[in-house]
Design a protein around this ligand. Structure first.
Ligand code: CA
Length: 217
């Protein structure tokens, strides 16, 4: 799943990008408020991490502008530990969660997972699809109680479809959620991944809508 990180502190951004990439997120990074707003308005993101203190427009302003345009992407604000006023303002302006600096990457990951889950209408981290259990927090899959060994890419495709259950995702949609822009992936790779997944999780779990894409019904 693709995320957006708006953070001007290069060192902190690097740590966060690494932690997010380690668990399979593809993250676009903007280091100014204007760039962040542009990315958010033009891209498709499962969630956005937005720092308040930015060099040009502050994060709260970016947040308010984005919510005004009707953007529904879940937004987690990064605030100073003592910034309770910012947090209150942020939550009232449409932020979904906040995290005070400094924080442990583990907590960031847990909060992002929870945000994505809630935005897809899931309260339980485990999505059940017939005899398949997809655990978004543990990043594991089991079928009839047995663990299914998936590669990181296979899990990401499956998680994307599961979180967007009922919605048809095209190969382009899936590729965008899977890889950074600069990695020029052939859309056939998506097809190959889906084929491998079906062998592991059962052919009926993922359906093809010819000419449109794939869906977990
Ligand atoms: Ca900052």
């Amino acid at each position: 799943m693709r995320l957006l990180l708006v953070e001007d502190d290069a060192d902190l951004a690097e740590v966060m990008l690494k932690a997010l990439s380690d668990v399979g997120f593809v993250t676009d990074h903007a280091s100014t408020g204007e760039d962040g707003q542009y990315f958010a308005e033009t891209g498709q993101y499962a969630a956005m991490i937005l720092d308040i203190g930015l060099p040009d427009v502050d994060g709260l302003t970016v947040l308010m502008r984005l919510r005004k345009t009707g953007l529904k992407t879940p937004i987690l604000l990064l605030t100073a530990r003592s910034g309770w006023r910012d947090r209150v303002t942020g939550l009232r302006a449409g932020a979904d969660d906040y995290l005070g600096k400094p924080f442990e990457p583990e907590e960031l990951l847990a909060r992002i997972d929870a945000l994505i889950r809630r935005s897809s209408g899931q309260t339980d981290p485990v999505i059940a699809v017939d005899d398949l259990h997809i655990d978004l927090s543990a990043r594991s899959v089991s079928r009839l109680g047995r663990t299914v060994a998936l590669t990181a890419s296979e899990f990401r495709v499956l998680a994307c479809l599961a979180v967007n259950r009922g919605k048809v995702l095209s190969k382009i949609d899936l590729a965008e959620q899977m890889w950074q822009e600069e990695t020029d992936r052939d859309l056939n790779t998506v097809e190959v991944l889906i084929g491998r997944l079906r062998k592991k999780v059962g052919a009926s779990a993922i359906q093809t809508r010819r000419g449109h894409g794939y869906v977990i019904p």
